[in-house]
Ligand binder design. Structure first.
Ligand code: HEC
Length: 201
């Protein structure tokens, strides 16, 4: 990550702590409800995210015939880096950086080539594997309670390009500190962390 400095690192530490403090519910409880899956009764009581956005899984799945926006790589990465800290993607004042600064909240799966299985996607929405652009949409729609980006948009392509760089950095980070992705709180319940930063502001 290019922008780590002492104050950012301090924020990362604080926000990782706040996220884990706010994560109360076991993943198993969330896994029960998938109102978008055919034949599954919508038991949203068990799943606060589902109640808010019953079709988040659908919103995170690539549409048929999907063709992502194409643009100059460096420009997309730079635009993606800005969006990473943009709270306007959420309805709960979170940005990607609120949870992911300093590689916080990722699990080891992030080091694997896409598509792959991600706990949050399979546990909550029964998605057996997920592409990076779908993961970006899932984080916007679920922990950030935001609106999925237009699949053809430059913003989505920019975030994907930036996250590809972030993934490279994460791999290096993981190689140096293998315990980094062993954060037991990372997977639990990102939806419970509505606004982990508000309380401390
Ligand atoms: C409230 C916290 C939170 C916010 C905000 C958030 N995420 Fe996440 N994100 C998570 C958690 C928790 C995981 C780990 C999921 C897992 O491994 O099951 C994750 C994992 C990921 C992964 C890696 C998945 C993998 O392959 O293992 C990507 C990529 C990602 N987020 C992108 C984003 C982007 C882009 C944004 C902003 C648009 C964002 N996230 C905002 C909580 C958050």
């Amino acid at each position: 990550m290019k922008y780590v400095n002492t104050s950012r690192t301090a924020i990362a530490t604080v926000s990782a702590g706040l996220v884990s403090a706010a994560l109360g519910m076991p993943l198993a409880a969330l896994a029960q409800a998938n109102p978008c899956a055919a034949g599954t009764p919508a038991s949203s009581a068990a799943n606060p995210c589902a109640a808010k956005n019953p079709c988040a899984a659908k919103a995170s799945q690539r549409p048929a015939g999907y063709k992502p926006y194409q643009g100059a790589r460096a420009e997309l990465v730079a635009a993606g880096e800005k969006l990473f800290s943009d709270t306007r993607l959420s309805t709960n004042q979170l940005s990607c950086a609120s949870c992911h600064t300093g590689y916080a909240a990722y699990n080891e799966s992030f080091a694997q080539p896409y598509p792959h299985k991600v706990e949050m996607a399979s546990g909550m929405y029964g998605m057996k594997q997920i592409h990076l652009d779908e993961m970006v949409q899932l984080c916007i729609v679920t922990p950030m309670a935001g609106k999925a980006l237009d699949w053809k948009s430059k913003d989505l392509a920019a975030l994907v390009a930036y996250m590809e760089e972030e993934q490279k950095g994460f791999k290096a980070h993981l190689a140096k500190t293998p315990s980094a992705a062993k954060n037991p709180c990372a997977v639990k319940n990102p939806c419970a962390a509505k606004n982990p930063c508000a309380a401390k502001r």
